[in-house]
Design a protein around this ligand. Structure first.
Ligand code: TXA
Ligand code: MG
Length: 357
């Protein structure tokens, strides 16, 4: 299949530029598009054949449900069988934006979209390209992240081309995703709202609207030996992994740098190249290996925005092992570490307790 590439400038576009992609969505075709979190692979949420094609293009297990993307809050009443007040309060506070809500699904939503579940995930994205595409298509757009299953999510059209060229109908190139990590997912179907996936909207922000909110235990998992099954089906799969094994090194900054430098020397002696995921503040302290700067420690948002791109970059370098610095336990750090831990298969090297990095 030939994949059409459509470039749209998110700061300056006309609606006509969307007519081809919107028409494709209506015809049951697949269109990758930018959102403020990551790129999504869109298809008609009410068309079982379109969802089947999404699963096939991504190589995604069919029990892993898709998020339904909407353009108007009024869609909640059509997609959910019950809409609690808390959902409207969250929509008011955070939509359009990087928040996904899980609600009980209405009969209109096919189980092919929800991975067989009786609940549905709903999000209204803020990126103007995403919002305009969904509105002009006139349909509800099921869209998982537009990456091949298991690989890091895509934050640029180039990433989508790498993973999905020839497998989908259209890729809209709207530039880099501003946030770079997938939406926060909150499940509103239980007694207490539960965060199934941490993201840019923090637990603290949600608590301001909801009162009480808890994390699904699996979100806070820090080691491979903790055998907790995630409530979001997709969170249980190996994800985000670069091709080479990845280790997160925790400890005081100088010790982390010393450890990684020593490993790079050892590996070089054996003819192996070491990949290093570093930051603006530390990158010059590495004396060997192939160093990639993910962002600035002082600016957690820059780390979120650069994470998936950096993880992907290692794949073209031939490194045989990757060491990453660890990130602070602040609200956005929780989301960053959640993705990094998955990418590393929970392999952490702890140099000492009470670490500062
Ligand atoms: O930011 C995002 O959310 C991006 C953009 C494209 O909107 N989308 C995204 O979709 O990350 P995906 O499919 O890669 O991740 C969706 C996650 C998966 O972990 C899935 O298991 C979970 O949401 N999920 C979807 N429906 C669910 C449901 N009914 N109950 C529990 N988890 C659900
Ligand atoms: Mg995904």
């Amino acid at each position: 299949m030939k994949t059409e590439l459509v470039k749209i400038n998110r700061d300056n576009f006309t609606e006509e530029e969307f007519s081809f992609a919107a028409q494709c969505l209506r015809e049951g075709k697949l269109v990758a598009f930018p959102t403020e979190t990551v790129y999504g692979l869109g298809g008609n949420a009410f068309d079982a054949t379109a969802s089947a094609r999404i699963y096939e293009a991504k190589g995604r297990p069919s029990d892993n449900p898709l998020i339904v993307h909407i353009a108007e809050v009024s869609a909640l009443a059509e997609l959910a069988s019950e809409v609690p007040e808390s959902a409207y309060a969250l929509a008011d506070a955070f939509w359009p934006g990087p928040l996904t809500m899980i609600l009980k699904k209405s009969d209109k939503v096919p189980k092919t979209t929800t991975g067989g579940l009786d609940t549905v995930a709903i999000r209204m994205p803020a990126d103007p390209v995403a919002a305009t595409l969904i509105r002009l298509s006139g349909i509800y757009v099921a869209a998982p992240s537009a990456n091949a299953s298991g690989r890091p999510s895509t934050t640029k059209a180039e990433h989508v081309i790498e993973d999905l060229d020839g497998k989908i109908d259209v890729i809209i190139d709207g530039g880099a995703s501003a946030i770079g990590l997938e939406s926060t997912i909150v499940d509103l179907t239980g007694e207490v709202p539960l965060i199934l996936r941490p993201g840019y909207i923090s637990a603290e922000q949600l608590a301001e609207v909801l009162g009480e909110v808890r994390f699904d235990e699996a979100v806070l998992k820090r080691s491979a030996s903790e055998n907790i099954v995630a409530k979001a089906p997709g969170m249980k799969y190996r994800h985000y992994a670069p091709k080479a094994p990845l280790y997160i090194v925790e400890g005081k900054s100088e010790e982390v740098i010393r450890y990684i430098n020593a490993e790079a020397v050892k590996n070089a002696a054996e003819g192996r190249i070491t990949g290093i995921l570093a930051t603006e503040e530390t990158k010059k302290s590495y004396t060997g290996g192939m160093v990639f700067c993910v962002g600035e420690r002082a600016n957690a948002e820059s780390i979120a925005a650069g994470l998936f791109d950096t993880l992907r970059s290692f794949d073209e370098t031939g490194v045989s092992v990757i060491y990453s610095e660890s990130f602070a336990d602040n609200p956005l750090g929780t989301a960053i570490m959640n993705r990094l831990l998955k990418a590393a298969g929970y392999h952490i090297i702890r140099l000492q307790k009470d670490e500062d990095i």
